[in-house]
Design a protein around this ligand. Structure first.
Ligand code: HEM
Length: 403
């Protein structure tokens, strides 16, 4: 099957991906993308199948993530993978989630808001959304708050590395340097937590046993390095995307302000309508056929999650951001039965969905408490940036302080 006239990874796609994703999903449900050296799938049913079939592996992360994080959970399969998930998952659910994260998230959010709450203006991304999830995960891992600036530098370098579609060599070198810098920072810390465990997540990972054995120090380091980024980047971009859509739809923002149980619903609809993660990849371990076209074993496959999230076969009026839509079931959207694809599905389904939802809920409530009459500072919504992951780089707002 031929590819679209205007493809992904072009300036047109960067400017506004949705018309291009719509064309691909409706008219080119499978095709080969030369630039990415990858097959492309985009329909909801196809992506569901791709994420569930054992024929598609996550070997692609060996070149996508390993150079920065080392070998990490996304690359594992089978028993080893299930054990790795089992070490951290209980911390991210139910009572343990609240105990470990709630007060940390509230305190960090209040601290950030207090800096600008009386100013009547804020740049929401750099002064809030970019900072909160990383600060929370740093606290939960039990890292020294004094080191926060260092982590922000590493985090930005890693973010730029993964979004470096222009192939800037300096950006690439800075991203790769974080691998060694994080290793040099983490290894002594891991030794220290072995000797003197605390209540923090690093101590839990260090002392966890898989089939009676502890993880190696280098595996622990890779897991923590990945958690730092996975636990913060997507959440911060997704919060920005939700605020973008709510501010564009003042009636829905007002509804959320008046009924705070809708905060989580708004976050769920933003995950579908304006996902932070537009696409992920897989590698075919054997020949697989979609729409009569063979994807040969060894090929890379790009899954356009953002296209699936707007598949009209799955969602009514998919292009409309509507927190009141009938096909949105808030609680389900944070589970492996979710209708949207933004947390992926199947074996590697995101383990941080409840943490992301809790952070977004706490943050949004506190932001609404602090600000009234919120508007885009120059009257226009900011441009979203990015081809793999996407959100506004900045969002200057004006508001009336509440006290
Ligand atoms: C809105 C926020 C988030 C989004 C959109 C998101 C998205 C995703 C996606 C798409 C995957 C699957 C990747 C794949 O299958 O190739 C994933 C996996 C993962 N996420 Fe998240 N994530 C978010 C928040 C978090 C948080 C807060 C954590 C933190 C602790 C986290 C930890 C992980 C981990 C450890 C995996 C790997 C799971 C595995 O391999 O079994 N994520 N996430």
């Amino acid at each position: 099957m031929t590819g679209p006239q205007i493809d992904i990874m072009t300036p047109e796609y960067e400017a506004d991906p949705n018309p291009i994703l719509d064309d691909i999903r409706e008219n080119h449900p499978i095709y080969f993308h030369e630039g990415l050296d990858s097959w492309v799938l985009s329909r909801h049913d196809d992506i569901l199948e791709a994420l569930r079939t054992p024929a598609f592996t996550t070997n692609n992360y060996a070149w996508q993530l390993e150079p920065v994080h080392g070998k990490n959970i996304l690359q594992l399969e089978g028993k080893e993978h299930r054990s790795m998930r089992a070490i951290v998952t209980p911390t991210l659910r139910g009572d343990q989630l609240r105990e470990n994260f709630e007060s940390v998230a509230v305190n960090n959010a209040k601290e950030l808001i207090d800096v600008w709450r009386h100013d009547g203006k804020v740049e929401l991304v750099s002064q809030f959304t970019l900072r909160l999830p990383l600060s929370v995960i740093i606290d939960v891992l039990g890292l020294d708050p004094e080191d926060k600036p260092k982590f922000h530098v590493w985090y930005n370098a890693i973010h730029d590395y993964f979004t470096n579609t222009a192939g800037d060599p300096e950006v690439e070198a800075a991203g790769l340097r974080t691998h060694d810098e994080l290793r040099d920072f983490m290894m002594p810390l891991i030794q220290e937590r072995k000797k003197n465990p605390g209540d923090d997540l690093i101590s839990k990972i260090v002392h966890a046993e898989i089939d009676g054995e502890r993880m190696s120090d280098i595996d622990i380091k890779s897991y923590i390095s990945f958690l730092l980024v996975a636990g913060s980047e997507s959440t911060d971009l997704q919060m920005s995307n939700m605020w973008l859509r709510l501010l564009e739809n003042p009636d829905q923002l007002q509804a959320v302000r008046e009924d705070r149980s809708l905060v989580r619903t708004a976050f769920a609809e933003a995950l579908r309508h304006t996902p932070a993660v537009l696409m992920i990849m897989r590698e075919a371990s054997q020949d697989v056929e979609f729409h009569g076209t063979k994807i040969p074993a060894g090929s890379t496959v790009t899954l356009l999650l953002a296209a699936a999230n707007r598949d009209p076969r799955q969602f009514a009026a998919p292009e409309t951001f509507n927190i009141f839509r009938d096909d949105l079931e808030t609680d389900k959207e944070f589970t492996a039965a979710a209708n949207h694809m933004t947390f992926a599905l199947g074996r590697h389904f995101c383990i941080g969905t409840y943490l992301a939802a809790m952070e977004a809920e706490i943050a949004t409530n506190l932001l609404l408490d602090a600000m009234e009459d919120i508007e885009f500072a120059d009257g226009n919504p900011p441009q979203q940036v990015g081809s793999f992951v996407r959100a506004p780089r900045n969002m200057p707002l004006t508001f009336t302080p509440t006290s």
